[in-house]
Design a protein around this ligand. Structure first.
Ligand SMILES: *[C@@H]1O[C@H](CO)[C@@H](O)[C@H](O)[C@H]1NC(C)=O
Ligand SMILES: *[C@@H]1O[C@H](CO)[C@@H](O)[C@H](O)[C@H]1NC(C)=O
Ligand SMILES: *[C@@H]1O[C@H](CO)[C@@H](O)[C@H](O)[C@H]1NC(C)=O
Ligand SMILES: *[C@@H]1O[C@H](CO)[C@@H](O)[C@H](O)[C@H]1NC(C)=O
Ligand SMILES: *[C@@H]1O[C@H](CO)[C@@H](O)[C@H](O)[C@H]1NC(C)=O
Ligand SMILES: *[C@@H]1O[C@H](CO)[C@@H](O)[C@H](O)[C@H]1NC(C)=O
Ligand SMILES: *[C@@H]1O[C@H](CO)[C@@H](O)[C@H](O)[C@H]1NC(C)=O
Ligand SMILES: *[C@@H]1O[C@H](CO)[C@@H](O)[C@H](O)[C@H]1NC(C)=O
Ligand SMILES: *[C@@H]1O[C@H](CO)[C@@H](O)[C@H](O)[C@H]1NC(C)=O
Ligand SMILES: *[C@@H]1O[C@H](CO)[C@@H](O)[C@H](O)[C@H]1NC(C)=O
Ligand SMILES: *[C@@H]1O[C@H](CO)[C@@H](O)[C@H](O)[C@H]1NC(C)=O
Ligand SMILES: *[C@@H]1O[C@H](CO)[C@@H](O)[C@H](O)[C@H]1NC(C)=O
Length: 715
């Protein structure tokens, strides 16, 4: 149904496009289309001048201009072609001058000066045309002559031999044709033609030939050669004038354009561009489907018709404007897909590379993690972890296990600028933890793997040591090959720096020195006895006594310290350990300069014996200290330097005596508690010896191993 309807509709539209006559009027007469404003019958034309009579007595029917009775051959938008009427003169009646007249005055038609010519044909011919242009008269004409038939053959063009032609003026509406002979003695010509003709004709349609000189042939031929008339609307009106009266304005199609007729009187109408049809009818113009024109499709490939216009485009994979007279459509270069391919390939390669590197790095990371785990195990991390968890259960403060990443971050990846000190033991870095706590991180030199358990024990014990004069061990990191120890950070350097640096020397008063000594002794005494397990430092020296801002002493670096052995077998360890406290600086050449300095302890004892003690001391101390106090202090030092362990005071004793000395400074008279010391002496008198000898930068070579006590201090 729908299909039929569509077919029907398309037939209707195409039919209406062909029908340019006014609706309800006869569209054709015979073979001739009669478009509006022309029309057969008075009501079918716009004006009587455009009225057509269709004479049905002919077959096919013949249309005539009603007003002038001229037969119409065809009608177009600007032209009407009418049948020809020639003036003929034949030589049977040579005196006669034959003429014709065509009168278009008072009609909208003029003879087209561009398309028509005036012709004279014959061998003895004078052809004249006379008429009116507007109200001015006009006369023109031409002469044609030929002596022999051969001379006619030589000139087939209409240039004076057998045929002549002349243009006509613009605006001609009325003309008469006269044709006659130049001379009357024509006997010589009659042999090949005795007639002459004068006529107007459409120039492209008339081609002269010799046979035209014969009457019958010419009459037959001239029937098909029309005369072209230009026509317009509105007689002598211009568009502007005509528009003033919309009722009579002929351009009825809404968007039709009007233009002045250039070669005739009046104006004409046109369909808008992209439309075709009859602009004189209200619905006369139809969109031109440029794409349907198979012969003259403007597009090279894809054509899309729109109202009044069209667009050309190219199929996928081609480019160009798609116009036949433009760039047309050309296949896209293979370059484009090549770019995509190369892009794809390079992207793929990039992805692959990324994947591989990701894999590589993750494997490396895994390896690193494994390595860390290995080190952790190797360094006794599991053991420590167990201990920590068990101590957590028992509510004892315990160590923190730092990860290597945490410490790496804290030390800015062990940056040079973070180094606080370097020595035989390893390197100490300053670290800043995420909670802004400043810590000292000690990276030891390689640790003897066989002593792992002991190391862990020690760390565990040291973490529990909580004394205000002992540098606190906060935790450790076991994920590296070398365990890292994390201590609290002490800001004011160590005692060694303060004593041996001339500029700083004056800053520590006698009172402070005495306090530092007392605090140090207190801390060591605590380690020896008060801590849960006795701990012997074994490397007490000025460099290992750190100072805070207010010169509070902090004993540091238990690098060589060992727990006091529990049984006899471990005594050897203790003995070995005692070797460790040798101040490494003793071996530097600097200390070999002076025998007296090298054997400072001996020097000190000798000076004391010879009453030269005050020559040994810094002037500031002599100034600040009471001589009695200084002598008492020196006596204590002397006792500590005793070669026999039993004769040396214990650390606890030393601490108490130093406290006493300090109190004496404040309350003179409280000095001297020497009697008590004997009772304590038996506890761990070796320790005083060890610590003090070290403290005084002693060259321990003086003391033999045999002199070291093998006695185990009680726990
Ligand atoms: C049609 O043409 C014939 C022959 O020329 C003529 O006799 C007749 O009157 C014409 N009819 C009309 C209506 O003009
Ligand atoms: C010329 O005219 C004469 C007299 O009418 C006639 O006899 C003759 O046949 C004509 N010649 C030609 C070629 O038509
Ligand atoms: C001109 O000649 C033609 C044919 O020879 C004739 O029919 C016509 O009447 C003539 N015209 C005049 C005005 O003599
Ligand atoms: C031409 O025709 C018009 C109107 O039809 C008329 O007025 C005029 O006199 C005619 N002219 C000639 C020379 O016949
Ligand atoms: C032709 O008409 C114009 C006015 O249209 C007039 O001025 C002129 O005199 C006329 N000429 C002749 C020869 O009639
Ligand atoms: C007629 O004239 C045209 C050019 O105007 C020329 O080409 C042609 O050859 C001529 N024909 C003859 C038969 O002379
Ligand atoms: C025409 O020419 C012939 C000879 O060619 C001559 O006898 C005759 O008298 C001429 N006629 C006229 C009217 O001149
Ligand atoms: C006509 O032709 C004859 C011979 O064919 C010739 O003698 C005569 O001169 C010619 N007449 C003219 C006027 O040319
Ligand atoms: C147009 O022609 C008419 C007569 O045909 C005349 O009366 C009128 O004045 C003309 N108008 C113009 C503008 O020429
Ligand atoms: C007439 O032209 C206007 C503007 O150019 C347009 O919007 C309108 O659709 C056209 N009408 C027709 C019937 O073509
Ligand atoms: C028509 O002609 C008049 C006068 O010659 C002129 O003013 C006008 O612009 C023309 N109109 C068009 C559409 O050409
Ligand atoms: C060619 O293109 C131009 C516009 O670019 C157009 O005006 C012209 O009519 C086109 N010619 C043909 C033959 O299509």
């Amino acid at each position: 149904m729908l299909l039929q309807f569509l077919i029907c509709l398309s037939w209707l539209t195409s039919a209406s496009a062909a029908l340019e006559a006014k609706p309800g009027c006869q569209p054709t007469c015979g073979n001739v289309k009669i478009p509006y404003p022309f029309g057969v019958g008075s009501k079918c034309s716009i004006h009587p001048s455009y009225s057509i009579d269709c004479n049905k007595s002919y077959n096919p029917h013949r249309p005539f201009l009603s007003t002038k009775n001229l037969q119409v051959v065809s009608i177009s938008q600007t032209e009407v072609r009418i049948s020809n009427q020639a003036a003929v003169s034949c030589h049977d009646d040579l005196t006669k001058i034959n003429y014709t007249q065509t009168n278009l005055s008072g009609t909208p038609y003029t003879f087209s000066d561009r398309k028509n010519e005036f012709y004279g044909v014959g061998c003895n011919t004078v052809a004249l045309i006379g008429g009116l242009v507007g109200n001015r008269s006009y006369v023109g004409g031409c002469i044609s002559y030929c002596e022999t038939k051969d001379s006619v053959k030589a000139d087939m063009n209409c240039s004076g031999i057998g045929c002549c032609q002349t243009p006509i003026p613009e605006g001609l509406q009325l003309f008469e044709t006269y044709v006659g002979s130049i001379e009357e003695n024509i006997t010589n010509i009659t042999s090949f033609g005795n007639c002459t003709y004068g006529f107007m004709a459409e120039q492209t349609k008339y081609q002269f030939s010799v046979s035209d000189l014969q009457y019958d042939r010419f009459i037959n031929k001239i029937k098909d050669v029309p005369v072209v008339l230009d026509w317009a609307i509105g007689e002598n009106l211009t568009c502007e004038k005509a528009l003033q009266d919309p009722e009579t304005f002929a351009c009825k199609y809404k968007n039709a354009t009007c233009y002045n007729a250039s070669n005739t009187y009046g104006y004409r109408c046109n369909c808008p561009s992209g439309y075709e049809g009859n602009p004189y009818l209200i619905d006369g113009c139809q969109d031109v489907n440029e794409c349907e024109d198979h012969n003259d499709n403007p597009c090279a490939s894809i054509c899309t018709n729109n109202l009044g216009k069209y667009t050309c485009s190219c199929p996928k994979g081609e480019h160009g404007d798609g116009m036949k007279n433009g760039t047309g459509c050309t296949r896209n270069d293979k370059k484009f897909p090549m770019i995509i391919v190369t892009l794809g390939v390079s992207l793929g390669l990039l992805c692959l590379l990324l994947c591989i590197s990701w894999l590589y790095f993750s494997l490396k990371k895994r390896k690193l993690v494994k390595l860390r785990e290995k080190f952790f195990r190797q360094n006794g991390g599991l053991l420590l972890k167990r201990k920590i968890s068990s101590s957590h259960e028992s509510g004892v403060e315990s160590a923190k296990l730092f990860t290597s990443n945490e410490l790496k971050l804290a030390t800015n990846n062990y940056d040079e600028s973070r180094i606080l000190g370097k020595g035989g033991f390893g390197t100490v870095y300053k670290g800043i933890l995420p909670d802004k706590r400043i810590v000292a991180i000690k990276k030891s030199k390689l640790v003897d793997k066989s002593q792992t358990e002991q190391f862990i024990n020690e760390v565990e014990i040291l973490i529990q040591v909580n004394h205000r004069n002992v540098v606190k061990l906060l935790g450790c990191c076991l994920e590296n090959e070398v365990p890292l120890l994390v201590y609290e950070y002490i800001s004011n350097g160590n005692l060694y720096e303060h004593i041996h640096n001339i500029s700083r020397m004056s800053s520590i008063s006698w009172e402070d020195r005495l306090r530092i000594a007392a605090e140090t002794a207190g801390a060591l005494a605590y380690l020896h006895s008060a801590a849960s397990i006795p701990v012997i430092h074994r490397d007490v020296k000025s460099a290992n006594i750190l100072l805070e801002g207010n010169y509070t002493a902090k004993v540091a670096d238990f690098g060589a310290s060992r727990l006091v052995p529990l049984d006899q077998t471990q005594i050897t360890t203790l003995v070995q350990g005692t070797l460790g406290y040798l101040d490494p600086e003793d071996e530097t050449p600097e200390f070999e300069r002076s025998e007296e300095e090298r054997y400072l302890a001996t020097y000190f004892i000798v000076s004391l014996k010879e009453n030269r003690l005050f020559q040994l001391l810094e002037p500031r101390i002599i100034e600040e200290g009471k001589s009695k106090q200084i002598i008492a202090y020196s006596e204590l030092a002397k006792r500590c330097l005793n070669l026999k362990g039993e004769k040396r005071p214990t650390m606890k004793e030393v601490a108490m005596e130093l406290e006493g000395l300090r109190r004496f400074e404040m309350h003179p008279g409280a000095l001297g508690r020497n009697d008590d010391s004997t009772s304590l002496q038996s506890e761990s008198n070796d320790i005083c010896y060890v610590e003090l000898s070290s403290y005084k930068d002693d060259a321990s070579g003086q003391y033999s191993m045999e002199e070291m006590p093998a006695k185990v201090p009680p726990r």
